[in-house]
Design a protein around this ligand. Structure first.
Ligand code: 5GP
Length: 217
């Protein structure tokens, strides 16, 4: 990939979108295609779904454990979604940066906006919102995966309506119509490529010595 010799990973890529918008599928494909992306594993008080693995899909915590992390200031952000708590541990971002990787977070809108308001230097955030084709499609996708009760499903659809209102606070939107997942993945790859080419203080720091007359040979 172009620019990799100058680029030092410092992105916190935040991906949001209503439940059923296809975020997880898109993010899995992104991480498979780019080994410099590291998925942040969130903490949650939600119960694991069948096939979810602790430490891989989420760190599944009791409410008391989660609250202890809040008190200790371990979270970069956390939020309530439905009847559960979800949060990003600061250590996830630090570990990714130390491994020379950009972080990718799959989180809901309140947490995303909390990240937007923080100074993450030397990192910086990029907020991407996945837009589903319609509420009817969302409902169909949620019913198909059969992981929620009827009441939880209704709650998720209500949250979806309010989440879409927050799109104005994001940097980019990507649509994810049925059967077009590869197109959505490609679009996010293009956004990431552009963000990695952005001229910021970090790039200037790296590029200055290369441009100085003294170091020319
Ligand atoms: P689910 O229960 O479907 O796995 O996740 C419910 C919602 O919580 C999704 O919108 C998901 O993106 C969000 N979420 C997952 N992890 C985090 C997190 O660490 N922080 C916040 N704020 N939201 C999260």
């Amino acid at each position: 990939m172009a620019n990799t010799h100058l680029y030092k990973p410092n992105l916190v890529i935040v991906i949001s979108g209503p439940s059923g918008s296809g975020k997880s599928t898109i993010i899995n494909a992104l991480c498979k295609s780019d080994e410099t992306l590291q998925l942040s594993v969130s903490a949650t008080t939600r119960k694991p779904r069948p096939r979810e693995v602790d430490g891989v899909d989420y760190r599944f915590l009791s409410k008391a454990e989660f609250e202890k992390h809040i008190q200790q200031g371990s979270f970069l952000e956390w939020a309530e979604y439905g009847d559960n708590l979800y949060g990003t541990l600061k250590s996830e971002i630090v570990t990714a940066r130390e491994a020379g990787k950009d972080s990718i977070l799959e989180i809901e809108v309140k947490g995303s906006l909390a990240i937007r308001e923080q100074n993450l230097a030397p990192a910086r955030s990029v907020l991407i919102f996945i837009v589903p084709p319609s509420l009817t499609t969302l409902e169909k996708r949620l019913r198909r995966r059969k992981t929620e009760s009827e009441a939880e499903l209704k709650q998720r659809l209500d949250i979806a309506k309010s989440e879409v209102q927050e799109i104005k606070n994001y940097d980019y939107w990507v649509s994810n119509p049925e059967k077009a997942i590869q197109e959505a993945v490609r679009q996010i790859q293009t956004i990431i490529r552009a963000e990695r080419s952005r001229i910021d203080d970090k790039l200037i720091e790296t590029i200055n010595p290369l441009l100085s007359i003294d170091s020319a040979d």
